[in-house]
Design a protein around this ligand. Structure first.
Ligand SMILES: *[C@@H]1O[C@H](CO)[C@@H](O)[C@H](O)[C@H]1NC(C)=O
Ligand SMILES: *[C@@H]1O[C@H](CO)[C@@H](O)[C@H](O)[C@H]1NC(C)=O
Ligand SMILES: *[C@@H]1O[C@H](CO)[C@@H](O)[C@H](O)[C@H]1NC(C)=O
Ligand SMILES: *[C@@H]1O[C@H](CO)[C@@H](O)[C@H](O)[C@H]1NC(C)=O
Ligand SMILES: *[C@@H]1O[C@H](CO)[C@@H](O)[C@H](O)[C@H]1NC(C)=O
Length: 619
C-alpha cells in the first residue's frame, strides 16, 4: 500500500477568510476507508488531467436532533405519536446553515477555484465544482488512483482517505467522488450487470458490495397439495403463513395505502410466474402486476427467465401481492445502474441527492412501507453510512417504514468476516455486520422455519439450513429503545467471544423475524421452494400494510418508524418468542437464540391480531 505523505505539505497553508483575523487551519483527516471492498485492487495513479465532478455535501442543521424528533412521533408514550412531518418541514429543519455555505465557498475560492466555477444546489445542500484530478488532490490533500475489479471494471477513488482544513471539515458531511465504491458509476462496458451469483447460490455484486441475502438455493417442489395446512413444514404456502401468524385481514382502504418493494439492476420478476403462482393461491391477482417506479433507469423485464435474475423479485412479489388482496396497489422500485440505498434515497429526496442534475434526482413517491431484500457490509465510508442512515430517518419522519432482510449469513456479511488486521476474509474471523441492517431507522427481519414434522401452530425455530442474519454494529451505537432487551441477552447468554469478535455496545439486529424456509414459489414456470430473510422481510412488510390499513381506516396515520414501539412494554405480548436455533458464521457458532430478544430472530415473529390491536390503540 502506498504511504501518503503529500498532505502534510499542505497542512497550515489554508487560511480562513471568515474571521476578522485570518486563521491558519491545518488539514485534518475527514474520512477514510479501512479496507477495499473485496474484488478490487489498486491499479495505477489517476491521470492528473482527468476531470472530476466534485460534490460537497454540507453538514445538515439539527441533524444531531434527528433521533429526538423521531422519538417524539414514534415513541408510543409520546403525546405526539403518529404526527408525521411534512416533506417541507423536513427540508427546512435540516437545511444547512448559511455559515456552512460561506465557509466552504470561501475555502474553494481562496484555494484557487474561480467563484464562477462553483455551483450551489438550489436547496443549499451541496456545492459542486468540476476540477482536475490534480486540483482535487491539492484541495483534499489526497491522491487519486484507478482501481481495477477482478472482472476488469475500473473505478477512480482516492487512496485511504481525504483531508479538509479543520475549519471546513466541521461544515462538510462528505465529498464525492473520493473513497466511495458502493455507488460506483459504470466505468466501462459490461459493468451494468452488477449482481452476481456464486456457486452457492448466494448473490452479491462484488463490485459494489451489494448482495441479495438469499443464501438459499431453490428446490423443485412436488405438486403443491392445494392450500392444505398439512405439509407446511415442507411447502410453506400463503395459507401456512396466515396460519403461522394468524394473519387474516380484510383491507378497508387499500386505495389510501401503499407498499413498495425494491429490486436492483437486472433482478426482475417474471410475469408468467406470478400468474402461475396467483392462479393457485390468490386468483384475484392473476394478470395483476406491480406498478413500476423506475429509479436510475431501472427497467422491468417481465419475460426474464434466468433463475439467477428472477429468484428474488418473484419471491418478493408472490409473497407481498399474494398475502394482500388485489385492491392493494403494490409498487416496484426498480433501481438501475449499480445503485442501492443511496440511489433509492436520492430518488426519494432531491435535497439528499448529491449527483445534482442527473436523472435519478427526482422526488419519487414514497410508499408507506418499503421492503428491501438486498444488503451490503458495514465497510463503507463512515460518513456515508451515517448520512444514509440519517436519511432513512428523515424519510421515516414523514411516516415511511423501511423493512429490511437481515441477511442469510449470520453475523457475517454474505460469508465474509474481518481478519484481525481489518481486511475482509472468507468464512473465518471477526463478525462483519450488515449495512443498512445496523441502521436503527429501519426494521431488520430475521428468518425462522417450521420444524420438520411440525405444524404452523407449533413454535418455529431459527432457520437451520442457513444462518439468519444478526449481530452488533461497529458504527452505530445502541439506541435506547432496545437497550433493556439487548442488555438482558448479553447478561444471560454466555458468549465465548473476545472483545474484537463483535462490538457489545453497537446497535443490535435483527428487530423481528418471520418465516424464511421452504417457501413455495413459482420460478421459471415451475413450483419450487425458496427462502431466506429475502422472504421474511416481504412477509413482515405485508402485515404492516394491513396494520396501516386499519389505522388509516379510523383516521390515524400510518405507523412509520416502528422500532421504539415494538421494543416497548406495550408490545410485549405481540411476539412469538423463538428460542431454538442459532446463526453460525465466521468459523464460530454465531449467536444462540434465547428467551426474549436475540441477535438471530430479534423479538420473535408477530402474532398479527395482537400487533394490530397494539398499533390501533396508539394515537
Ligand atoms: C461539469 O461538467 C459537466 C460536463 O461538462 C457539466 O454538465 C456540468 O454542468 C459541470 N458542472 C459544473 C459545476 O460546472
Ligand atoms: C423442508 O422441506 C424438505 C423437503 O423438501 C424437508 O425434508 C424438510 O424437513 C423441510 N423442513 C426443514 C425445516 O428443513
Ligand atoms: C429480457 O429477458 C430475456 C430472457 O432472458 C432476454 O432475452 C431479453 O434480452 C431481456 N430483455 C431486456 C430488455 O433486457
Ligand atoms: C491480513 O490478514 C489476512 C488473514 O490473516 C491476510 O491474508 C492478509 O494478507 C493480511 N493483510 C495485510 C495487509 O496484512
Ligand atoms: C463499537 O461501537 C461503537 C458504537 O457503539 C463505536 O463507536 C466503536 O468505534 C466500535 N468499536 C469498534 C472496535 O469498532
Amino acid at each position: 500500500m502506498v504511504f501518503l505523505s503529500s498532505f502534510f505539505c499542505l497542512a497550515g497553508a489554508v487560511v480562513s477568510v471568515l474571521g476578522s483575523e485570518p486563521q491558519l487551519s491545518p488539514h485534518v483527516l475527514h474520512e477514510h476507508r479501512r479496507s477495499l471492498p473485496s474484488g478490487w485492487s489498486l491499479h495505477r495513479r489517476a491521470d492528473p488531467e482527468t476531470t472530476l465532478p466534485l460534490s460537497i455535501a454540507l453538514v445538515q442543521s439539527n441533524i444531531d436532533s434527528l433521533e429526538e424528533y423521531l422519538l417524539d412521533i414514534a415513541d408510543p408514550d409520546s403525546p405526539n405519536y403518529g404526527k408525521h412531518w411534512t416533506p417541507a418541514q423536513v427540508r427546512d429543519t435540516f437545511r444547512p446553515s448559511q455559515e456552512s455555505i460561506d465557509v466552504v465557498h470561501a475555502w474553494l475560492t481562496t484555494d484557487g477555484v474561480h467563484p464562477e466555477r462553483v455551483q450551489f444546489s438550489p436547496d443549499g445542500m451541496h456545492l459542486r465544482v468540476n476540477v482536475s484530478v490534480s486540483e482535487a488532490e491539492r484541495l483534499l490533500a489526497t491522491e487519486y488512483y484507478v482501481y481495477q475489479h477482478e472482472d476488469g471494471a475500473e473505478h477512480l477513488a482516492c487512496q485511504h482517505g481525504y483531508h479538509l482544513p479543520e475549519h471546513v471539515s466541521r461544515h462538510v458531511e462528505l465529498v464525492k467522488p473520493t473513497i466511495q465504491f458502493t455507488s460506483a458509476k459504470p466505468s466501462g462496458p459490461g459493468v451494468s450487470t452488477s449482481i452476481k451469483r456464486s456457486d452457492l447460490g448466494r448473490m452479491r455484486a462484488r463490485r459494489s458490495g451489494v448482495h441479495k441475502p438469499s443464501g438459499v438455493p431453490t428446490h423443485p417442489a412436488k405438486a403443491v397439495e392445494g392450500n392444505s395446512l398439512d405439509h407446511c413444514d415442507e411447502q410453506v404456502t400463503l395459507d401456512c403463513l396466515r396460519a403461522l401468524y394468524d394473519f387474516y385481514y380484510d383491507l378497508q382502504v387499500p386505495d389510501q395505502n401503499s407498499i413498495g418493494v425494491v429490486e436492483l439492476g437486472a433482478q426482475n420478476y417474471n410475469g408468467h410466474d406470478l400468474d402461475l403462482f396467483f392462479k393457485k393461491f390468490n386468483e384475484g391477482r392473476v394478470n395483476d402486476r406491480p406498478k413500476l417506479i423506475s429509479i436510475d433507469g431501472g427497467k422491468e423485464n417481465v419475460t426474464q427467465t434466468d433463475d439467477d435474475l428472477i429468484g428474488e423479485a418473484n419471491l418478493d412479489f408472490e409473497l407481498v401481492m399474494g398475502l394482500l388482496d388485489v385492491a392493494q396497489p403494490v409498487y416496484l422500485y426498480q433501481i438501475g445502474r449499480d445503485g442501492f440505498v443511496d440511489d433509492l434515497l436520492s430518488a426519494f429526496d432531491t435535497q439528499y441527492c448529491i449527483d445534482i442534475g442527473t436523472k435519478h434526482c427526482k422526488d419519487k413517491p414514497h410508499t408507506n412501507v418499503v421492503s428491501i431484500s438486498y444488503g451490503t457490509g458495514e465497510d463503507g465510508p463512515h460518513n456515508e453510512m451515517i448520512r444514509q442512515c440519517n436519511e432513512m430517518g428523515k424519510v421515516a419522519l414523514t411516516g415511511v417504514t423501511f423493512v429490511y432482510a437481515s441477511g442469510d449469513n449470520g453475523p457475517s456479511n454474505a460469508g465474509e468476516c474481518f481478519a484481525a488486521n481489518g481486511t475482509e476474509v472468507d468464512d473465518v474471523g471477526n463478525f462483519f455486520p450488515d449495512f443498512p441492517g445496523t441502521c436503527q431507522y429501519l426494521t431488520a427481519v430475521g428468518s425462522t422455519q417450521i420444524n420438520t414434522g411440525s405444524s404452523p401452530y407449533d413454535p418455529e425455530s431459527a432457520t437451520a439450513d442457513f444462518a439468519s442474519g444478526g449481530g452488533f454494529s461497529n458504527v452505530f451505537a445502541r439506541p435506547r429503545f432496545q437497550e433493556r432487551h439487548v442488555a438482558r441477552y448479553l447478561k444471560n447468554v454466555e458468549l465465548p467471544y473476545g472483545p474484537n469478535v463483535f462490538n457489545r455496545t453497537g446497535r443490535a439486529y435483527p428487530d423481528v423475524a418471520a418465516n424464511g424456509w421452504n417457501i413455495t414459489v413459482v420460478a421459471d414456470g415451475e413450483f419450487s421452494t425458496s427462502g431466506g430473510t429475502s422472504a421474511s422481510a416481504p412477509i413482515f412488510a405485508a402485515m404492516l400494510v394491513a396494520v396501516n390499513d386499519a389505522r388509516i381506516a379510523v383516521g390515524k396515520s400510518p405507523v412509520g418508524w416502528i422500532n421504539p414501539a415494538i421494543y416497548s412494554h406495550w408490545f410485549a405480548s405481540v411476539w412469538n418468542d423463538i428460542t431454538d436455533g442459532s446463526n453460525p458464521a465466521c468459523g464460530t457458532d454465531g449467536f444462540p437464540t434465547a428467551p426474549g430478544w436475540d441477535p438471530v430472530t430479534g423479538l420473535g415473529t408477530p402474532n398479527f391480531p395482537r400487533m394490530l390491536a397494539r398499533f390501533l390503540a396508539l394515537p
